[in-house]
Design a protein around this ligand. Structure first.
Ligand code: BG6
Length: 258
């Protein structure tokens, strides 16, 4: 039975990679919507993948926030740091999340678990254009923005569009716009419809979608039946070298759908 399920998972990974047009999908058993332990299993795979993908020596890893990343952070181990110097930086500014799941906090946790270091970026989301521009001139902010520009790896999740819009307290008007444009998924502050078209973008400092193309370590971590549509939508955009770490719940739903 164990071999059967292993083969089943391998088959699922192959079919999913083909469907999503990316080279690597790694699937863990279960559905994280019903069982939080499934995210821990994804976190373990993230550790293994980082060990394989990151070059020895210096690495700057750009990290997004969210509940998935916060959990993945606690699963990383010092094995990742063997032969490597790791610096974790938040991929984008925007302090619009619960503090424990903000990218700044996720970076701190990742540094703690691996024995690496981290930097924080303090640029709140709800400030005027002028304040935003002034903040960007701050040397402490510029330092981190420069590090983000030099990052060689990125770790991120993918969210359901409307769930993320509500969680980030976007205005009713913006939410109506997302609905009318049929947004289903979100990553890096970009919202996508089912065909992967960018239908809205939160203007923020840091990593932009186009910056991903040149990176050789991109790991997207997202699972659960509820995220199937969001994952499929973003994957239209994801560079082909992206590793998707997901679960059986999302994988099977994506393969059934559309
Ligand atoms: C946010 C990221 O913090 O988390 C988003 O900025 C991502 O890009 C989202 O989509 C996912 O959140 P969660 O809680 O579903 O892991």
């Amino acid at each position: 039975a164990f071999m059967d399920s292993l083969l089943g998972i391998q088959q699922l990974e192959k079919e999913l990679s083909k469907k999503l047009g990316i080279a690597h999908c790694l699937v863990v058993p279960g559905n994280c919507d019903d069982n939080g332990k499934v995210v821990d299993a994804m976190g373990k795979i993230v550790t293994d993948t980082l060990k394989t993908l990151l070059p020895l020596g210096k690495n700057i890893i750009a990290v997004m926030g969210g509940t998935t990343m916060a959990c993945v952070a606690t699963c990383l181990t010092s094995e990742v740091a063997e032969g490597r110097e790791l610096l974790f930086v938040p991929a984008r500014g925007g302090v619009g999340e619960r503090v424990d799941i903000q990218a700044n906090n996720v970076c701190a946790q990742m540094a703690l678990c691996t024995g690496g270091s981290h930097r924080s970026l303090y640029v709140p989301e709800q400030v005027s254009e002028t304040t935003f521009k002034t903040l960007l001139k701050e040397p402490a902010v510029q330092d981190v923005v420069e590090l983000i520009e030099h990052s060689n790896a990125v770790l991120h999740s993918i969210g359901e569009a409307l769930h993320m819009a509500n969680r980030r307290s976007m205005s009713d008007k913006q939410i109506e716009l997302l609905k009318s444009r049929k947004a289903v998924g979100e990553a890096f502050g970009y919202f996508f419809d089912e065909d992967g078209k960018v239908v809205y973008k939160i203007p923020r400092v840091g990593l932009q979608l186009k910056d991903l193309a040149s990176m050789n370590c991109i790991i997207a971590v997202a699972g659960g039946v509820s995220k199937a549509k969001a994952i499929a939508a973003y994957m239209h955009h994801a560079p082909s070298q992206t590793y998707l770490v997901t679960d059986e719940g999302a994988a099977k739903t994506i393969l059934k759908g559309q």
